[in-house]
Design a protein around this ligand. Sequence first.
Ligand code: NDP
Length: 279
Amino acid sequence: MSLLPALTGSFSTPAVDNPTVAMMEAAYAHHGIDARYVNCDVAAADLPDAVRGATAMGWIGFNCSLPHKVAVIELLDELAESARLIGAVNCAVRGDGGWIGENTDGQGFLGSLRILTEPAGQRVLILGAGGAARAIAVELALAGAAELWVANRNLAKAAEIADLVNAETSSTCTAVEWRQELTVPASANVVVNATSLGLPGSGVVPLSFDVIPMGLVVCDVIPNPPDTEFLQRARQAGARTLDGRGMLLNQGAINIQLWTGVDPDREVMGRALDQAIAG
Ligand code: NDP
């Protein structure tokens, strides 16, 4: 490490439990990348100053997490195509013309899903219609998923995602109002819980696993703790499962690639992430 490393980091609040720093710095150390990753607690009102500070200090990139993913857009100079479609940015990259906004949440999910199955041609039930659901729906559609259902309590938010996917991609997307226990559509191959339900104490995800399609893959976005009750119920019903740790890991790896050009070792990052989560 030189006396003047390249700077990267994260702006969010609360930030105290964000385990990302451990896996990013492990990758930098493993690959001899002369960079640091700084976890910063930034209040909503301070985001413009934080971005100006990053610019002034020559940062090469930063992540944005809650609550900044939409607000940061007007502080950037350009948007990548998927960030424009998703309408949110979780990764800013310093380019020649200023800050470019990217969204790597959905790409991180796809990287994780590909371990079990290719997204092209899949029929996917997405639970939730917030930022994570929107990123996952857009990336699945851009990757050639055949059909999507987006189920949400607030139907208008699900309909917004369905309209976006139907207008901008070749996938078909239907909004579903989700007010009581839902059944997995018989033709679905994949289910994704993209709600914040399922964190300890947040309540049970109202999805029935009594009858599920053969070969169903069930995913959760919650990275910590990764083996959620939702995934445990899915496994008991015979589904293959994928936890949210892989999504977090893969979006971090994509961020490093965007900032430094290095495709980092995911095993090294995963070990550091697991230690941070356990600690
Ligand atoms: P948002 O606040 O944007 O969306 C939350 C979603 O959860 C909405 O669809 C909301 O429904 C739904 N929801 C919340 N509470 C309930 C409830 N009691 N019953 C039914 N639905 C509910 O959050 P995000 O999309 O940003 O984040 C969602 C989850 O994804 C979080 O747990 C976050 O940690 C995780 N995440 C994981 C990432 C990873 O890398 N693994 C990356 C990004 C996010 P409604 O609209 O009706 O309120």
